[in-house]
Design a protein around this ligand. Structure first.
Ligand code: NAD
Length: 260
């Protein structure tokens, strides 16, 4: 019997084979889930179709989380396929790369709002749209980073959005708790992806993590997938409102500033 046999769910945020959401989807597929992927725009469809086909019969549904109609349509299409869902993976973030470098104080009003909307508010919006559709025992997972808790060079407004995202996890955990629905955040160590490539001096952050994290290596998609599987499965049935760190360098202080 596989760990997630009979479980159904939604994975949001695969852009390509380097995406953390893809690492999670692969682990879930090994454990017998039925799932759908949502993707941001037509441009990404071509990239994720072959990935989806490599692990099964996976419906691909377009959804831009800044658009309420798009979210509504996503969940109405999901309902045509599944009666209920048992998990959601939210692996979505965005900020203007021009502001993921230099000083946080220079963050523009428009990019602050956009970053918060996509990287933080979208989780709450997804949870609201999914409210009636989640099974007893369902588990929701979002992806976060240490920059929510500590100042990381160049992470800037994304750190502020992740701090708000982590607070949202706690509030949502209470909203959903009496229905036996859990929600947690996975704080992954740095991994080279489309999104992370936009962060200034990301290579430095990768190297720092490799040298300073307890395991003395960089986080892999398999690390992220394995921890996500635990948090999405009944193995973690008593855990909610938590942020779980995956070799993020959390225990070590003292990152030197990149540029004076
Ligand atoms: P990625 O670029 O593969 O994924 C980001 C996803 O966000 C993309 O699929 C993109 O299409 C989606 N997205 C952006 N705007 C959207 C919108 N308006 N509507 C719908 N989708 C939208 O990069 P990733 O690194 O795998 O990022 C996934 C999550 O993991 C993010 O929340 C990121 O902050 C988090 N994270 C990443 C790292 C890392 O080092 N890569 C570490 C910790 C946490």
């Amino acid at each position: 019997m596989k760990l997630m046999s009979g479980k159904k769910g939604l994975v949001m945020g695969i852009a390509n084979e380097m995406s953390l959401a893809w690492g999670i989807a692969k682990k879930l597929a090994e454990q017998g889930v039925e799932m759908a992927f949502s993707y941001q725009s037509e441009a990404l469809y071509r990239r994720i179709k072959p990935l989806a086909d490599s692990i099964g019969d996976i419906p691909l549904l377009e959804c831009d989380v800044t658009n309420e109609e798009s979210l509504k349509e996503l969940f109405s299409k999901l309902k045509e396929r599944f009666n209920q869902i048992d998990f959601i993976v939210h692996a979505i973030a965005f900020s203007d790369r021009n502001e993921l470098t230099g000083k946080y104080v220079n963050t523009s009003r428009s990019n602050f709002t956009k970053t918060m909307e996509i990287s933080c508010y979208s989780l709450t919006a997804v949870c609201r749209h999914a409210w009636d559709f989640l099974s007893d025992g369902a588990s929701i997972l979002t992806l976060t980073y240490l920059g929510a808790e500590r100042v990381m060079p160049n992470y800037n407004v994304m750190g502020v959005a992740k701090a708000a995202l982590e607070a949202s996890v706690k509030y949502l955990a209470v909203d959903f708790g009496d229905r036996n629905i859990r929600i947690n955040g996975l704080s992954a160590g740095p991994v080279k992806t489309l999104a992370s490539s936009g962060i200034g001096d990301f290579k430095y952050i990768l190297n720092w993590n490799c040298e300073n994290s307890p395991l003395k290596r960089n986080t892999t998609l398999a690390d992220v997938g394995g921890s996500a599987l635990f948090l999405l499965s009944a193995l973690s049935s008593g855990i909610t409102g938590e942020i779980v760190h995956v070799d993020s360098g959390y225990h070590v202080v003292g990152m030197k500033s990149v540029k004076p």
